[in-house]
Design a protein around this ligand. Structure first.
Ligand SMILES: Cc1cc2nc3c(=O)[nH]c(=O)nc-3n(C[C@H](O)[C@H](O)[C@H](O)COP(=O)(O)O)c2cc1C
Length: 185
């Protein structure tokens, strides 16, 4: 089994990366091979809307997302993680998601085989658990509708700001690790 993590936070020592890594750690303990992609360290542009991917089976842009898409096609599980920036997932994650247009057909059906397992990690500074529920639900919906993935869990860190703060939340850390351990159960 192969599981990849895709991190939308620019902070490598941040809370999102920590929780994504916890899920990957659990998946590794369950025997999976893992790999992590930090979007902020990758060179890529947003979708150019050129339509090339509707007459070809790939994106016309060749950049650091090319390898990520290859890995995504091979992966059995994917962990998507992003903090909330101004009420949305980060620009890094949104640009990546736009480029996933190359993974769908003109009729919006998915080119990915159905049934890959997904975990969504969200992170927010606001203490109100309900504040961005719509963002997490919508992102999960897009992953399940357009990528035909089975979203097994959505784990959100609430009220965290300083990098690494989430490590003190042993319950959430355990939940993230268990999400990885149980990804294929
Ligand atoms: C530019 C920017 C915008 C932010 N906007 C929000 C926001 O709208 N709502 C919120 O709850 N937290 C917001 N935050 C706080 C982050 O979501 C929070 O610090 C989170 O823990 C960062 O995750 P990270 O440690 O993985 O980078 C913002 C932070 C930054 C830097």
């Amino acid at each position: 089994m192969k599981v990849i993590g895709i991190v939308g936070s620019p902070r490598k020592n941040g809370n999102t990366n920590i929780l994504v890594q916890q899920v990957l750690k659990g998946a590794e303990e369950a025997g999976a091979e893992t790999r992590i992609f930090i979007l902020n360290e990758m060179n890529y542009r947003g979708c150019q809307g050129c339509g090339y991917c509707k007459s070809h089976d790939k994106c016309k842009l060749e950049d650091d997302l090319t390898e990520l898409f290859d890995e995504l096609a091979l992966a059995d599980g994917v962990v998507f993680g992003s903090p909330i920036y101004f009420g949305q997932f980060t620009g890094q994650m949104r640009l990546f998601l736009d480029r996933c247009y190359s993974l769908i057909n003109a009729d919006f059906s998915s080119r990915l085989p159905a049934g890959k397992k997904a975990v969504i990690i969200g992170m927010q500074g606001a203490p109100d658990a309900a504040a961005f529920k719509g963002v997490y639900d919508e992102f999960g919906g897009q992953i399940s509708n357009f990528m035909r993935m089975d979203v097994k869990d959505t784990i959100v860190g609430i009220g965290y700001n300083a990098p690494g703060e989430v490590k003190g939340d042993s319950e959430l850390m355990e939940r993230a690790k268990n999400a990885g351990l149980n990804l294929f159960k």
